[in-house]
Design a binder for this molecule. Structure first.
Ligand code: SSA
Length: 420
């Protein structure tokens, strides 16, 4: 969300954000509504003042004057009551519009409507050249009996999976490994529920625009989150954190649930896009300084890249376009990992800076060195998400006989074995 003062003094930037992010919000209507709300508040204040003035005159008034004063006070009270009723509705409408306003994208973001405008800014690691016909991850899994991808569909429906044997062990160990690696970088490891209330999704930004992509628990007035970011962004809502305690750094581990409502027909084979998966999430709440946010953005990216380098997965870093980065983002860099069977890079990480867009929604504030209470900045990035990461991991390290050679840095997760 943006502050009204910011909107009024940066109207051109807000209009650019609305245009470049392809958002449908009527800024004129929003500003007109704000003027109406302020006008109504002013009138209510004036009526309250006049009623108080009338009451003050009451004690010295004659009986006749008291009757007239009483009627005047009653009329002012009734008018104020009418205005307060109307005001509540207008304030809700105004907040609804404010919740749809985009964050201002950084000027270096490629301007475009979708991922086609994304730009590769860096490629790391050499894609493997196989001297045999490589298998895709589903074939490797079937050859090694590392998952049941067919029976489970009868039990749980499409886009579900169950890993078996050493791959099941590897997934669990990889999540612990990622959690420890991010914790070693001074992030507090924290496990969070996927269950969260509607307000948490409004605060993080998944709502109001993406309700249909979210599993609902209507009997419990809750939803299942698609990322630990949802719970983490609201964990300190309403608090005023002492500036000296910033940055708050969390390595959040949680199951993630996504309906993938808009993904019919995409990635239907295997593990790339499923309804329930695991993720270790990097989350930062820092002081409201763009330079500090930029440092944390680079740090989050480097940490995720260090995990990919350890797993010897070739990847590229993407500068995400204004139309692809999402409503609240100032800047987003995706990391895409090489998937041999597809012959292309596929997103496995998403690193975002949001400045105070989430903090205003979630009421995340801190007291700065001058004692001023301010909205904080928030950032997040994937550390590791499984099972999607298993796709490049298995495919890039497969051998001609259909085994998978474990990268040295993660061999100790599997008892030091060279092969999965
Ligand atoms: N349906 C899905 N199935 C498997 N993995 C998924 C799915 N959706 C997302 N992921 C994984 O989760 C990562 C982060 O998802 S994201 O929506 O891009 N970004 C976030 O959730 C942020 N909180 C940063 O993690 C993706 O890069 C991908 O690796």
């Amino acid at each position: 969300m943006l502050g009204m003062d910011f909107i009024k003094s940066n109207r051109a930037d807000v209009e650019r954000a609305i245009r470049d992010k392809g958002v449908d919000v009527d800024l004129d209507a929003l500003l007109a509504l704000d003027a109406e709300v302020r006008g109504a508040k002013g009138e209510i204040e004036a009526l309250r003042a006049s009623r108080n003035a009338i009451s003050a005159r009451f004690k010295d008034a004659s009986p006749d004057e008291r009757a007239a004063l009483g009627a005047e006070a009653k009329a002012a009270g009734a008018r104020a009551g009418e205005l307060e009723g109307a005001l509540a509705g207008k304030e809700d409408e105004l907040r609804g519009l404010l919740m749809k306003l985009p964050g201002i994208p950084w000027e270096g973001a490629p301007v475009g409507p979708n991922e086609d405008s994304n730009v590769v800014i860096r490629t790391e690691g050499a894609v493997p050249a196989f001297d045999f016909e490589p298998l895709d991850h589903v074939a490797l899994i079937e050859k090694n009996d590392w998952a049941d991808l067919s029976r489970i569909v009868q039990v749980s429906g499409s886009r579900t999976y169950c890993l078996k044997g050493r791959l099941a062990l590897l997934e669990t160990k990889l999540m612990g490994w990622a959690l420890e690696r991010i914790a070693a970088a001074d992030f507090t490891p924290i496990t969070v529920p996927a269950i969260a209330r509607e307000q948490a999704f409004l605060n993080q930004g998944q709502f109001p625009g993406h309700v249909e992509e979210t599993y609902a628990l209507p009997n419990d007035d809750a939803y299942l989150a698609g990322t630990a970011e949802v719970a983490l962004t609201s964990l300190h809502s309403g608090e005023i954190v002492e500036g000296a305690k910033l940055p708050i750094l969390y390595a959040g581990y949680s199951p993630c649930f996504r309906r993938e409502a808009g993904s019919a027909g995409k990635d239907v084979r295997g593990l790339l896009r499923v309804h329930q998966f695991l993720k270790v999430e990097q989350w930062v709440m820092c002081e409201a300084d763009p330079a500090v946010s930029a440092q944390w953005h680079a740090r989050l990216l480097a940490l995720a890249e260090s995990l990919l380098t350890a797993m010897e997965i070739p990847y590229q870093v993407i500068e995400t376009s204004t139309g692809d980065m999402g409503l609240g983002k100032y800047r987003m860099n995706d990391i895409e990992s090489w998937v041999p069977s597809l012959g292309k890079f596929r997103e496995t990480h998403s690193c975002s800076t949001l400045h105070d867009w989430q903090a205003r929604r979630a009421n995340l504030r801190y007291r700065d060195a001058d004692g001023k209470v301010r909205f904080a900045h928030t950032l997040n990035n994937t550390a590791l998400a499984s099972p999607r990461i298993l796709v490049p991991l298995l495919e890039n390290h497969q051998t001609a006989d259909g085994r998978v050679r474990l990268p040295a840095a993660i061999r100790d997760l599997m008892g030091g074995d060279e092969y999965l």
